[in-house]
Design a protein around this ligand. Sequence first.
Ligand code: S3P
Length: 448
Amino acid sequence: MSSNPNIAATPLSCRRGGALKGAVRPPGDKSISHRAFIFGLLCRGVTDIAGLLEGDDVMRTGEACKALGARIERIGEGNWRVAGMGVGALLAPPHPLDFGNAGTGSRLMMGVVGGHAVTATFDGDASLRKRPMRRILDPLALMGAQVLSQTEGGRCPIVLRGTSEPAPIVYRTPVASAQIKSAVLLAGLNAPGATTVIETEASRDHTEKMLRHFGAEVEVAPEGVAGRRITLKGRPELRPNPVVVPADPSSAAFPMVAALITPGSDITIEGVMMNPLRTGLLTTLLEMGAEIEVVDQRLEGGEDVANLRVRASALRGVDVPAARAPSMIDEYPVLAVAAAFAQGETRMRGLHELRVKESDRLAAVAAGLAAAGVDHAIDGDDLIVRGGDGDVRGGGLVETHLDHRIAMSFLVMGMASDRAMAIDDSAMIATSFPAFRGLMEQLGAQFA
Ligand code: S3P
């Protein structure tokens, strides 16, 4: 299925070729790219962004920021300039905000709108229209925003009326979600007092880091065993500050797993963000016996980055604890592919949140594994994959359900399976990794 019912789907397949070799740099981090546009909007003055991910999801957020008053200009590849309005000074958008496939863009912008005296309609493609938004609308309602209309069950299209006086609240997120945390903090920017978000498991902290980068006062304290309490002082004067976007570890995951499972491979993935709240996949692959060397660790744009040298490896199955899920939430589909080539069983625990991503990823991964002849099971919220010790039959057609990561994961499987893997539609790959095919071909992958 294509995101637009009028556009035909673009099937793609990938077959086993030779070893993967060479060096590549994945695109800019999607989470930081969305936030760079949003913070550009919320500062009065000009914010320069380098290394922005020019994927569909981020472009939709850019369009939404423009509708709220920002002027946004592309200066060169990955280089963008945003002239923002400032907190409290947003304009009412003249048209509905269409976020396409982007859960992050829509949810973070609900936070922005919720804390301003504007009314906006939020909508997106068939995938976004299925995703739960009540988790965002509930805290925003506590802050004073009003949901004027919504589709059954808190889905898009949603009409949200924000408030110019958002109440400063203390909010405990019901699930570990950076999107919920970020929506509340972004609404709290315009609150006349402190807004606190408590999470029992730490989720990615890009919003907190960027708030500080732009001059806001944010306090972060530990909460319980693995959680955090984040407090933002409302109504700061955000000051423009250039943003350098590091390479996305969630996109790096695809060449990484491809090299691990394709015999003879030896590649380098450059400039990958090593924020510890995003490196769960790396930890897991190392436990599985992956030969991955972290080299040239450095700071870029306030984030730790490194080059990763990845060599084909004999992987073994592991037990992945539920507590690791927030730090690798988007990487389970491609981890399942790595597990299919490992020796023994891999159990990935606590994957309930995968059911509400761009697709029901638990079901989509299981269907893809079944199509490829991989022994697997779903046990409650756990996914169990029994690996073929380097040997996967492949040969299936995988339904991608408008989900870019399902599409890329099963193409990666085709790089090392006996028979080629085909996907029904590759169009959604452009949401997060438009250069995926070219970059993988540069390493030696063979698509058809
Ligand atoms: C994101 C948070 C995660 C992740 C998504 C990006 C973000 O979602 O799955 O791709 O940029 O804040 P949740 O916060 O819902 O877990």
